[in-house]
Design a protein around this ligand. Structure first.
Ligand SMILES: [Zn+2]
Length: 115
């Protein structure tokens, strides 16, 4: 049974049934031959029907050649960003420890000097 929400979005046209009787889900392929191409698959893993059929038409050769390289670049940049964020977090911790040491040191000096 299709809901009004699914009809409004046109999702009812995309829905397909798996051979096991369940509603198929849509996944995205990230292989070099079909990068970013959506396909129908059984919702449950492991399944006898990991691939039911394509949602998207065949991609042009240029897209097939370009997209994997772009994905690798994005993944490399995300990995570099993660490393930089870790470094920044470590430096912030060191700065806060130095500030804390400075405040405690100043308090100790003022207590010792004022006596
Ligand atoms: Zn199934």
């Amino acid at each position: 049974m299709k809901t009004q929400f699914q009809k409004r979005l046109g999702l009812h046209r995309l829905m397909k049934r798996c051979s096991c009787g369940r509603t198929a889900t849509i996944r995205t392929s990230w292989t070099d031959d079909n990068p970013g191409r959506r396909f129908y698959s059984c919702l449950f893993k492991p399944s006898n029907y990991p691939f039911i059929g394509w949602v998207d038409p065949l991609m042009c050769l240029r897209s097939i050649r370009i997209i994997p390289g772009l994905l690798r670049k994005i993944n490399n940049l995300q990995a570099k960003l993660f490393v930089r964020e870790q470094e920044i977090r470590k430096k912030k911790r060191v700065i806060w420890l130095l500030i804390l040491a400075l405040v405690i040191g100043s308090l100790l000096v003022s207590i010792v000097c004022c006596d």
